[in-house]
Design a protein around this ligand. Structure first.
Ligand SMILES: Nc1ncnc2c1ncn2[C@@H]1O[C@H](COP(=O)(O)OS(=O)(=O)O)[C@@H](OP(=O)(O)O)[C@H]1O
Length: 331
C-alpha cells in the first residue's frame, strides 16, 4: 500500500481521481437502485389512486430516504413558467428559442396536464419535467391551456407565482392556420367558410367553431385575470416573433428575470423556410429550423370572408388591447 508522502503530486492526483470516480460510480448505482425501487413504490402508490399533492409526497420521501435520493428527486421541479397559448400563435418557436438560455430547461412535448391529464396528479406532471439545477427555471408549453376554463384556477392552485406567457397572433390568420393544420390531417373537412359562418351573406360568424372561438382573446383573458394579476402574464407578438425574434426574446428573458443571453447572434433568417431559425439549438451545434408543420402555406380564403372576419374580431381585439395595454395592430 502506498503512503501518500512517497508519491509525486501527479501520482497522488491520479490516485485521488481514481478513488473519486469509484466512489461516484458506486453512489450512482446505489442511487439508481433506490430510484428504481422508489419508482415502483410510487407507481404502486399512483395505482392505489394516491392523489396527495406533490409537497406531501415529497416530504414523505424526505422523511425516510437519504440525501442522495432527495437530491435526485428534488431536481425535477414543477414549472416556474408556462407558455399557455395560443394555439398556432408561435408557441413552439418561443419555447425552442428560450430554452437555448442556459438557465432554462423545458419539457419537450406538450403535457396537457391542466386540461386533459389533471386527474393524474401533480407528481405525474412533475415527472414529465426535465432535471434542473437550483438556478435553472423549468418550463413547458401547452397552447390549449389559454382557452380551457379550469386551467387558470388549476395553475394558481399549483402555484400562484407561476409566470404565464401567451403568444398572440392576428386571430384571422390564426384561424386560417388552425384550419390549414386540421385540413392536413382530415382532407375531407368542409370548407373554411362553411365552418366559419352560420350565414355568410348576413355575415354571421359561428363562434362555436373552435378555430373562431380561440381568437376571442379578451374573453379568455378575463378568466385568467380572476386568478392572476396582469403583471404575471407576458404577451408575445406572434408577428414580431417572426420579424424580430431577438427583440421578443429580450422581453421574454426580462419577464422571466433572466440575463439577456439569447440575442440576435442566435438567429439567422432561413430563406428556404422563410422564417428565423436557430444557429445553435439547445444540445446541438448545428443550425436548425422548426419542423414542417411550423410555417405551412395557408389555404387560400376569399377576400370577402377575410374582411367579414376582420369586422367580427375588431371590437374583441380593441378590448384585448385595452386590457393588456398594448396595441398589436391586427388590421
Ligand atoms: N421561427 C419560426 N419558424 C416557424 N414557424 C414560426 C416561427 N416563428 C413563429 N412561427 C409560427 O408558429 C406557428 C405555429 O404556432 P405554434 O407553434 O403555436 O403551433 S401549435 O399550436 O403548437 O400547433 C406557425 O404557423 P403557420 O405559419 O400557420 O404554420 C408559424 O407562423
Amino acid at each position: 500500500m502506498h503512503k501518500s508522502g512517497d508519491l509525486t503530486p501527479s501520482c497522488q492526483r491520479i490516485l485521488v481521481d481514481g478513488a473519486r470516480r469509484r466512489l461516484q460510480k458506486s453512489l450512482t448505482s446505489c442511487a439508481l437502485l433506490l430510484d428504481a425501487r422508489l419508482s415502483s413504490a410510487n407507481a404502486a402508490s399512483l395505482r392505489r389512486g394516491d392523489q396527495r399533492p406533490f409537497s406531501t409526497l415529497n416530504s414523505a420521501r424526505n422523511d425516510t430516504h437519504s440525501p442522495i435520493i432527495s437530491a435526485r428527486f428534488a431536481n425535477k421541479k414543477l414549472p416556474n413558467a408556462i407558455i399557455v397559448g395560443v394555439k398556432k400563435g408561435g408557441t413552439r418557436a418561443v419555447l425552442e428559442f428560450i430554452r437555448v438560455h442556459p438557465d432554462v430547461r423545458a419539457a419537450g412535448t406538450e403535457t396537457h396536464f391542466f386540461d386533459r391529464n389533471y386527474d393524474r396528479g401533480l407528481e405525474w406532471y412533475r415527472r414529465l419535467m426535465p432535471r434542473t439545477l437550483e438556478s435553472q427555471i423549468t418550463m413547458e408549453k401547452t397552447p390549449s391551456y389559454f382557452v380551457t376554463k379550469e386551467t387558470p384556477r388549476r395553475i394558481s392552485a399549483m402555484s400562484q407565482n407561476t409566470k404565464l406567457i401567451v403568444v398572440v397572433r392576428d386571430p384571422v390568420t390564426r384561424a386560417i392556420s388552425d384550419y390549414t393544420q386540421t385540413l392536413s390531417k382530415t382532407p375531407d373537412l368542409p370548407s373554411f367558410q362553411e365552418l366559419a359562418f352560420r350565414n355568410q351573406c348576413l355575415g354571421i360568424i359561428d363562434t362555436s367553431w373552435n378555430a373562431i372561438r380561440i381568437g376571442l382573446y379578451a374573453l379568455h383573458l378575463e378568466n385568467w385575470l380572476r386568478y392572476f394579476p396582469l403583471a404575471q402574464i407576458h404577451f408575445v407578438s406572434g408577428e414580431h416573433l417572426i420579424t424580430d425574434p431577438a427583440g421578443e426574446l429580450a422581453r421574454v428573458q426580462d419577464f422571466l428575470g433572466l440575463k439577456r443571453i439569447v440575442t440576435d447572434k442566435h438567429f439567422y433568417f432561413n430563406r428556404t423556410k422563410g422564417f428565423p431559425c436557430l444557429k445553435k439549438p439547445e444540445r446541438s451545434a448545428s443550425p436548425r429550423c422548426l419542423g414542417k408543420s411550423k410555417g405551412r402555406t395557408h389555404v387560400q380564403i376569399d377576400r370577402d370572408a377575410i374582411e367579414q372576419l376582420r369586422d367580427f374580431y375588431r371590437p374583441h381585439n380593441v378590448k384585448f388591447y385595452e386590457m393588456v395595454g398594448h396595441d398589436f395592430r391586427w388590421e
